[in-house]
Ligand binder design. Structure first.
Ligand SMILES: [Zn+2]
Length: 150
């Protein structure tokens, strides 16, 4: 039997990402409605998560490009117990791994939202949507055929 999760007002706030100089472009992109992926200026390698150097050639001149936000579901899991009190009201929460269609090799760990995760099979077409969370915006994914989002 699951014990009740009691949240104080502070705990009701979902955790927000903490940007640093390496990841700032990613979070700024999300706030602008863009899914940005890091690229190497020297060899054009694309990598995720962002790093301080290119994982291919070790160059430290890195930029980004904007992904279409289209992807394919690689795997999913559905959580029925809150790992943080702020998520207790949102159960079940679906986590997923998404392969970006236009950035081969990039696999994002994200949430599958606005859809019944049980109805979304591995290999399904997904698209990015953006969740406003406090002062931050988080890229999330939903079934490509789902309406809404921005
Ligand atoms: Zn490189």
């Amino acid at each position: 039997m699951r014990s009740p999760v009691i949240a104080t007002p502070d705990e009701q706030l979902r955790p927000e990402p903490i940007a640093d100089p390496t990841t700032a472009f990613y979070w700024e992109g999300a706030a602008a409605g863009e899914l940005r992926v890091q690229t190497c200026d020297a060899c054009q390698h694309v990598q995720f998560p962002p790093n301080v150097v290119c994982e291919n050639c070790r160059n430290d001149h890195l930029g980004y490009r904007v992904s279409s936000g289209r992807g394919t579901l690689y795997a999913k899991t559905v959580m029925h117990q809150a790992f943080h009190p702020a998520f207790a009201e949102s159960l079940p929460v679906a986590l997923c791994l998404v392969d970006l269609d236009d950035a081969p090799g990039i696999r994002l760990l994200t949430n599958l939202v606005d859809v019944d995760a049980a109805q979304v099979e591995t290999g399904a077409a997904l698209r990015v949507v953006f969740e406003q969370r406090g002062a931050s915006v988080l890229p999330q994914f939903t079934a490509a055929g789902q309406g809404g989002g921005r």
